[in-house]
Design a protein around this ligand. Structure first.
Ligand code: CYC
Length: 224
């Protein structure tokens, strides 16, 4: 099937899916950017009755202790492309799923809960997609302060750029997030072929889990 025949939700999830990291940015600006890995892993169609990804974000030096695990649902509403964020009831049981996708076979709709207001609107660009938060409803309490999450992102098949900030609901002043602009992620491995395209889609065989030791380009060997 030509790519253009696939629905926009499927193509957006395909662009986002994979193992990404910002090693180049972390080497260029080590003071401002840590090296972070994001695993954006396709979920079975049955979880949302549609397209979804499981997300795991972790610092390179603590891959086994991710700081954010979520699920995202991609859908269209009145012709508009949307992403709704979900939390996991028991994130620990899925830790490491980014490196062993077979762990996600047991994830069902009962394992997740909606994060009210954590919704983005997305539009197509010449090379991929661009999106940002809708409204101020995605409340995040950080350092004792109530903020709302305001995200902006752009994605192509090989790059994902995201600016993730917490703003004061009254003044829109930035309370947390990157002061040095967006994180720039490069795709190390794509999971696009694992994004289900409809309810009758049959999953291909899963790749074997990554080895237990990862070497990065700075010649360090990290045990994970
Ligand atoms: C929070 N990151 C969030 C939230 C959203 C996103 C919506 C608020 C809701 C939540 O807690 O999940 C991001 N959601 C997205 C993006 C998309 C989406 C980008 C489009 C695909 O649907 N975030 C980064 C950095 C890292 C970071 C790499 C800085 C270290 O992009 C951290 N984001 C981060 C953290 C939180 C967050 C730590 C949770 C804040 C908290 O609960 O304290």
């Amino acid at each position: 099937m030509p790519a253009s025949d696939l629905s926009r939700t499927v193509r957006l999830a395909q662009c986002l899916s994979g193992h990404l990291h910002n090693l180049q940015q972390a080497m260029d600006s080590p003071i401002w950017f840590a090296n972070i890995h994001i695993y954006q892993c396709p979920l079975a169609w049955s979880v949302f009755n549609g397209v979804g990804l499981y997300i795991e974000q972790a610092y390179d030096l603590s891959l086994n202790r991710p700081y954010r695990q979520r699920a995202l649902h991609f859908f269209e509403e009145e012709g508009q492309l949307r992403i709704q964020n979900y939390a996991l009831h028991n994130p620990d049981s899925y830790t490491g799923a980014g490196r062993d996708l077979s762990m996600l076979k047991s994830l069902t709709a009962t394992d997740i809960e909606i994060l009210p207001g954590c919704l983005s609107g997305v539009e197509e660009t010449d090379t991929g997609f661009r999106g940002e938060s809708i409204g101020k409803g995605c409340r995040v309490v950080r350092k004792g302060r109530e903020t709302y999450s305001f995200i902006q992102f752009e994605v192509t098949e090989t790059k994902f750029q995201s600016l993730d900030r917490g703003l004061d609901p009254e003044t829109d002043e930035m309370v947390w997030g990157s002061k040095m602009g967006p994180f720039q992620f490069d795709k190390k491995e794509s999971f696009a072929h694992l994004v289900p395209t409809g309810p009758d889609w049959v999953a291909p065989e899963l790749p074997k889990p990554e080895k237990k030791t990862v070497a990065d380009t700075s010649d360090r060997v990290i045990s994970i």
